[in-house]
Structures are given as structure tokens and as C-alpha cells.
Design a protein around this ligand. Structure first.
Ligand code: NAD
Ligand code: ZN
Length: 364
């Protein structure tokens, strides 16, 4: 097992990465579960696959799990689920010192974290991420949110968990498509500021996806360390450092908007193609060697993620995609900061990108 210490503004917590953590959940929580009743929020898919393991682990240690099993999918991050779940927690008489368990992917983590941020003006929560994306990205760093009719993640709070338990065993039931989508965020850390780690991904990514457990542990632990380091430098995304984590997300978000945030394109798939587009656009601007941009595209394509607009079969033009970018929440006083690359592992925030130029690039 790997233990990654996270220290964000003097509020330390641990991320534990290893196989079999769910089966020893109470021991892993180390005294944090101070009452018999333990609220566990999850979705129906995760409950079907892993509910019995968590149930047995809690009951064997004398706890009584209170389950809230929500519908799977992005629509669960809503005002109505937030309200109903907060009321449910209040009915359970959750107190500030109590811990809520978030057992699921980013959807469950984001909703549960937001509930924990507002119940009694803030109670504690433990992230038990069950997708690769949640293990390497959303469960660490304290961003919580719901979606509203105006867009995704527009309402939320910064609220750090007090523990993250990333059990690698749960990935066994995760569909391969979801696993690959999460892998895009792993590659992202290499591209941001760690060329050696991109090299590791290039050499080991396919075997990691195929199931090698030592490689999985290394990929998750290394990604968590990278995220923890970047977030610790800029918790509230004010200096631009945390914004580096959005590499590929401006292009990706436009692609997600174009596909109506549907299952046609998963978030990680959109980010994968978004990173390829950021690399190719950087090469077009002669910021990075074309061979490096093609190296990125090659790796993304090799692991089965989309590496070109053509691969998606989307019927859209540059102007249409740029129109979606204008609604991006990162828009700042009429300009959209873009994450571009001076090379692999050399991502920087560029505030001088012309959206007309981006549209022309997308039409090439
Ligand atoms: P998700 O939570 O919707 O999970 C994907 C699918 O996998 C769901 O159908 C779920 O039921 C299923 N699933 C989860 N674990 C499983 C398992 N072990 N076995 C079988 N099926 C399983 O999606 P996600 O990709 O984990 O997260 C996406 C969400 O995360 C988005 O809402 C996004 O906005 C958010 N996010 C948040 C942050 C952050 O910093 N807070 C960062 C990145 C993404
Ligand atoms: Zn992402």
C-alpha cells in the first residue's frame, strides 16, 4: 500500500492507495467513525458491486451503515439530490465531528463533499473513490460541486476530505471504457510538468490498463502526489498554478458541450482529445516541436482514446466549438486563458490566444 500525505493550508490528510482497503474499511478509517451509525452515500452500480463488502466491513466492527443509493450518472449532481441528501443527513442527526462516507466515482464524491461542506456549516467526510478518474483526480483537492441549468460544476464549495481510501480492487468491476477515460487524467500529470512520468505512461500505460496491479498502484499514487503538490501550491485557483490541472479541458469541455454531455463522449475521452489538440495547437504556434505533439497523439491513440476529431466522427466545425468555449467558466473579462505546451511536461497558461485562430486550427 502507498500512503500519500496531503497538506493543504495546514489541513493534512492521507490518501491510501492499495488493494483490499474496502474489506478493512473500519480499520483504515482509524477511529474516525465515532458513532455506531455511519452514513454511506453511493450510486446503484457501485452499491451492486461493492455494497456487500462495505456492509460486512462496517457490521463486523459493530457499526450500522445507513445507505443512500443514488441513481448513477451526472444528473445526480443536482439541486434536488443535494437538497434531499442534506435533509437525509440532518434526519440522521449528523454532527460536525461525524464522518460521511462517499463511496463512488466523481459524481458521488462531488455531491457528498458538497453536502459535507454545508451540513451544520461543515462536517467531515471520507472519500472512497471507485473509478480511476476519482482515484487520481476528483477525490483529492477539495473541489465539490453540483450542476445547474447554467452549466456543469457552477455551484459548489472547497471542502477537503479528512481521508481518501483508493482501493485498487474496485477497479476490477469498472468498465474498460471508464478505466481508459480515467487514464487520460493520469497522462495529464505527465504532460503538465513531469516529462519522466509521461515516459513512464508511454512505456507502461497499456499494461496498467490491462490489469497489472503494481503498475496501477504506481500510476494512482504518482498521480495523487502530483495533484496534491499542485493543489497545495494554489488551493483556491488564484495564482494560476492549480489551473494547470485543466490541461486539455478547454477543448475537452467544448467537445462535451457539442455532444450534450452525453455518454457519446466521456469526460476523460474529451480531455484526452483536448490534450492532443492543445499539443497540436502548441506545435502549430511553434511553441513545441511537432514530433512531441505527435508523440502525445500517438500514445493517446495507442491506448484506445480518441486522438483526432475525425476519430470521434463529430459533425462540427471550429466556429461551433469555439462558441461553446465562450461559455467556459474560465472566461475572464472577455478572454479565455488557454493551457499550451512548450514541450512535454512544460505546460503554461497563455492569456493571449485568439479564439478565431483556434477556430481556424480546428477546421484544418
Ligand atoms: P461517475 O461517478 O459518473 O462514474 C462513472 C460510472 O462508473 C458510473 O456509471 C458509476 O456508477 C460507475 N462506477 C463507479 N465505480 C464503479 C466500479 N468500481 N465498478 C463499476 N462501476 C462503477 O464518473 P467519474 O468519471 O468517476 O467522475 C466524473 C465526475 O467527476 C464529473 O461530475 C466531474 O465533474 C467530476 N470531477 C470532479 C473533480 C474535482 O476536482 N472535484 C475533478 C474531475 C472530475
Ligand atoms: Zn477532468
Amino acid at each position: 500500500m502507498a500512503v500519500i500525505p496531503v497538506d493543504i493550508a495546514g489541513r493534512p490528510y492521507e490518501v491510501r492507495v492499495g488493494a483490499g482497503l474496502l474489506a478493512e474499511l473500519v480499520a483504515q478509517c482509524r477511529g474516525r467513525l465515532r458513532k455506531r451509525a455511519v452514513p454511506v452515500i453511493t450510486d446503484a452500480n457501485v452499491y451492486a458491486a461493492w455494497g456487500p463488502v462495505v456492509e460486512a466491513s462496517l457490521r463486523d466492527s459493530g457499526h450500522e451503515p445507513h445507505w443512500r443509493v443514488l441513481p448513477p450518472g451526472e444528473q445526480t449532481k443536482s439541486w434536488s439530490e443535494l437538497a434531499a441528501t442534506v435533509n437525509w443527513l440532518l434526519d440522521l442527526e449528523v454532527e460536525r465531528g461525524d464522518h460521511i462516507i462517499a463511496l463512488g466515482g466523481g459524481v458521488i464524491g462531488d455531491l457528498t463533499g458538497f453536502c459535507a461542506a454545508v451540513v451544520k456549516r461543515g462536517c467531515k467526510f471520507i472519500q472512497v473513490p471507485t473509478t480511476l478518474l476519482a482515484q487520481v483526480d476528483s477525490s483529492v483537492g477539495g473541489k465539490t460541486a453540483i450542476n445547474t441549468p447554467a452549466g456543469k460544476n457552477l455551484v459548489g464549495a472547497f471542502h477537503q476530505p479528512s481521508l481518501v481510501l483508493a482501493d485498487l480492487s474496485v477497479l476490477e468491476t469498472l468498465p474498460m471504457r471508464e478505466l481508459r477515460a480515467g487514464y487520460a487524467e493520469v497522462v495529464k500529470y505527465g504532460l503538465i510538468d513531469d516529462a519522466d512520468f509521461f515516459g513512464w505512461c508511454d512505456a507502461n500505460g497499456a499494461a496498467m490498463l490491462a490489469g497489472d496491479s503494481a503498475l496501477r498502484e504506481y500510476a494512482v499514487a504518482h498521480s495523487v502526489s502530483a495533484k496534491a503538490r499542485i493543489v497545495a501550491e494554489d488551493e483556491f485557483e488564484t495564482t494560476g498554478r492549480r489551473a494547470l490541472l485543466n490541461l486539455g479541458h478547454t477543448f475537452g469541455h467544448a467537445l462535451e458541450a457539442e455532444t450534450g454531455f452525453s455518454d457519446r463522449l466521456l469526460h476523460g475521452e474529451a480531455v484526452a482529445l483536448g490534450m492532443v489538440l492543445a499539443a497540436r495547437y502548441s506545435a502549430r504556434r511553434e511553441l513545441m516541436p511537432r514530433a512531441s505533439a505527435e508523440h502525445v497523439a500517438q500514445h493517446i491513440g495507442d491506448v484506445g482514446l480518441p486522438a483526432s476529431l475525425a476519430a470521434l466522427g463529430l459533425d462540427c466545425d471550429g466556429a461551433g466549438l469555439v462558441r461553446h468555449m465562450l461559455h467556459d467558466k474560465k472566461m475572464d473579462a472577455g478572454t479565455l486563458p488557454f493551457l499550451l505546451m512548450n514541450g512535454i511536461g512544460k505546460t503554461y497558461l497563455d492569456k493571449s490566444v485568439s479564439l478565431d485562430d483556434v477556430a481556424a486550427f480546428l477546421d484544418e
